[in-house]
Design a protein around this ligand. Structure first.
Ligand SMILES: Cc1cc2nc3c(=O)[nH]c(=O)nc-3n(C[C@H](O)[C@H](O)[C@H](O)COP(=O)(O)OP(=O)(O)OC[C@H]3O[C@@H](n4cnc5c(N)ncnc54)[C@H](O)[C@@H]3O)c2cc1C
Ligand SMILES: *[C@@H]1O[C@H](CO)[C@@H](O)[C@H](O)[C@H]1NC(C)=O
Ligand SMILES: *[C@@H]1O[C@H](CO)[C@@H](O)[C@H](O)[C@H]1NC(C)=O
Ligand SMILES: *[C@@H]1O[C@H](CO)[C@@H](O)[C@H](O)[C@H]1NC(C)=O
Ligand SMILES: *[C@@H]1O[C@H](CO)[C@@H](O)[C@H](O)[C@H]1NC(C)=O
Ligand SMILES: *[C@@H]1O[C@H](CO)[C@@H](O)[C@H](O)[C@H]1NC(C)=O
Ligand SMILES: *[C@@H]1O[C@H](CO)[C@@H](O)[C@H](O)[C@H]1NC(C)=O
Length: 491
């Protein structure tokens, strides 16, 4: 166990003896923490260090921390957070490591706090909730719940981490029905900068509860989330693969699907296409949250002949397991949101398939671009409001969250890959602004490091977030020492 009181006193003493605490303290703090934890301090000499510091998703976020700390429980985490805060050492927090934002979940020098041991799943059938550790991957959550025939609003790709996805809002196949993933959290257990272990829910610390719904790593380190569960298990769907030639027809079908009078909230679609690679073409992910084949909601797509059709009756978990995920070395992505309009859809369709930037991207070594077209119904936003509201500043309108994913191979091409893709997203924003369909919201989980995500939550929400950060983190540890990821605006 951690000798909390002794160590806190010791830290205070060390600080008194050496008032100028510099970055070179990193190694000292690592050694110090190591003496206090039973296990869980990975130093550069360790044989697992390399694998942990280069954990994918993207090589652009590989880094060399002074040490990687893997606390076993909330008490150890509390000790680690208060120690790095006292020693003024920079740190980063990692759950699944799928962020593409450099410095968000990994760090050069400084301490990487890896939440891998926060991996418990506790299902409460009576209350219809499940408490899940932040360090889990969604696959582990769904698999554990499958035996009870229930599920949660969670990630759509099973390798992604619980922590980052949920704290960024979280888009799920259950979103049109029950809101974003964050809207389905009923309690957060969080360690704040003073080392306090706090519960945030509708009754206790409701300001923090609200702020964590979209507030990422600005308030503390979340250890576990209690999520509502739903009786959803058997489903219908899967992927349909099309050639790139089918895209105009797919955009037309998308428009019809998104503009019907009463969209079935059990129906979900995500259109992905790879305009730089005709071999992969376009992939339509179709998910119906009931075991019913070919429901009416998908009728607009019926007349477009796929090259392959893998839709079938299966469990939701099986369906998500089968979704293809490309292997890329270096990755970035950009997000844009707009309302439903036929002319705009055609315009955006043109940009994502014909913009000259695509040729420039293809010219990079292993350069590729994919786009993801994600319809969000007004029902999703209303469901979020009904469960107390979140910090995202969403309007209850039918909308599309578009993501551009760029992949490439060489570090030398980092800035070109960024610039070409940013140029495309700017064109899309310009088009939706020109037609009056622009939505002032940037989905954090699909956003590039330099997209001003939290700024777009709206003035009032930003002010509330800052007040909350000052209340729970008076010394602003999570604004200064944990400076990676999407932070609260400075001014
Ligand atoms: C293949 C793939 C599929 C995806 N699919 C979806 C999807 O279906 N829906 C969706 O919404 N998003 C999706 N995303 C985006 C994903 O949500 C983000 O990349 C998210 O950041 C990943 O979470 P993580 O825990 O793996 O990330 P990490 O990289 O570990 O963390 C991301 C950010 O969250 C912070 N953070 C993590 N855990 C904590 C914690 N416990 N306390 C405080 N801060 C914390 C980190 O500091 C970092 O800033 C996908 C990404 C990929 C690569
Ligand atoms: C370290 O602690 C974790 C979490 O309690 C445990 O899973 C792991 O086995 C421990 N490792 C060692 C070497 O004791
Ligand atoms: C889950 O559903 C299956 C199929 O309908 C059923 O046989 C099984 O008893 C259910 N299990 C539980 C725990 O409800
Ligand atoms: C969104 O679309 C649904 C039908 O899919 C419609 O019932 C609803 O009124 C639309 N919402 C708004 C705000 O226009
Ligand atoms: C296109 O994708 C296929 C399948 O993933 C891959 O083998 C091929 O190398 C890619 N081509 C280009 C030009 O990137
Ligand atoms: C990601 O990790 C997997 C499993 O360890 C590995 O096979 C794969 O090559 C890695 N991908 C990248 C881009 O590093
Ligand atoms: C592709 O690269 C070549 C050689 O570097 C260059 O001459 C050409 O202009 C590039 N094309 C595009 C579209 O960027």
């Amino acid at each position: 166990m951690v000798r909390l009181t002794v160590s806190r006193a010791l830290v205070g003493l060390l600080l008194l003896l050496s008032p100028t605490v510099e970055a070179s303290q990193d190694h000292a703090v690592c050694d110090h923490i190591k003496t206090q934890l039973n296990n869980g301090t990975v130093q550069p000499t360790s044989d697992v260090y390399e694998a942990l510091s280069t954990e994918n998703w993207s090589q652009t976020v590989w880094a060399k921390p002074s040490c990687i700390i893997q606390p076993s429980n909330a008490e150890e985490l509390s000790y680690v957070v208060s120690t790095v805060a006292d020693w003024k050492v920079n740190f980063a927090i990692r759950s699944g490591g799928h962020s593409v934002v450099p410095g968000a979940a990994n760090i050069n020098r400084g301490v990487l706090i890896d939440l891998v041991h926060f991996n418990s799943v506790e299902y409460d059938a009576e209350k219809k909730v499940v408490t899940v550790g932040s360090g889990l991957r969604w696959k582990e959550v769904y698999t554990a719940l499958d035996q009870y025939n229930v599920t949660v609003a969670g990630g759509r790709v099973l390798d992604v981490g619980v922590g980052g996805l949920t704290l960024g809002g979280g888009l799920s196949y259950l979103t049109d029905l029950y809101g974003l993933v964050c809207d389905n959290v009923v309690n957060y257990e969080i360690v704040t900068s003073t080392g306090a272990i706090v519960n945030a829910n509708a009754e206790s610390n409701p300001d923090l509860f609200w702020a964590l719904k979209g507030g990422l790593n600005n308030f503390g380190v979340v250890t576990k989330f209690t999520l509502k569960t739903y009786d959803i298990h058997a489903a219908w769907g899967g992927v349909r693969v099309y050639s790139l030639d089918a895209l105009p027809a797919l955009f037309e079908a998308m428009y019809q699907y998104q503009s019907v009078d009463n969209k079935d909230p059990y129906a979900n679609i995500m259109l992905q296409a790879f305009p730089t690679n005709a071999t992969i073409g376009a992939i339509l992910n179709i998910v119906y949250l009931k075991p019913e084949e070919e429901p009416e909601a998908f009728a607009p797509f019926r007349n477009i002949t796929p090259l392959a059709d893998l839709t079938k009756l299966q469990t939701l978990t099986e369906l998500m397991l089968a979704a293809p995920v490309p292997e890329l070395t270096r990755v970035n992505w950009f997000s844009s949101s707009f309302t439903t309009d036929k002319e705009l859809f055609d315009k955006v369709g043109d940009i994502v398939t014909k913009a000259p930037e695509l040729d420039s991207l293809k010219n990079l070594t292993a350069g590729s671009l994919a786009f993801g077209w994600q319809p969000i119904s007004s029902s999703a936003v209303l469901a979020g409001q009904a469960s107390g509201g979140n910090a995202l500043g969403l309007k209850p309108v039918n909308q599309t969250w578009l993501v551009l994913d760029v992949g490439w191979w060489s570090p030398e091409d980092d800035s070109l890959a960024h610039d070409y893709t940013q140029s495309m997203i700017n064109k899309i924003d310009d088009a939706s602004k020109a037609s009056g369909n622009y939505i002032d919201y940037i989905f954090m989980n699909d956003a590039a490091a330099d997209q001003p995500v939290i700024e777009h939550y709206g003035k009032e929400n930003v002010a509330k977030l800052k007040e909350t950060a000052e209340k729970y983190d008076p010394s602003q540890v999570f604004q200064t020492l944990a400076s990676g990821g999407f932070k609260l605006p400075k001014s």
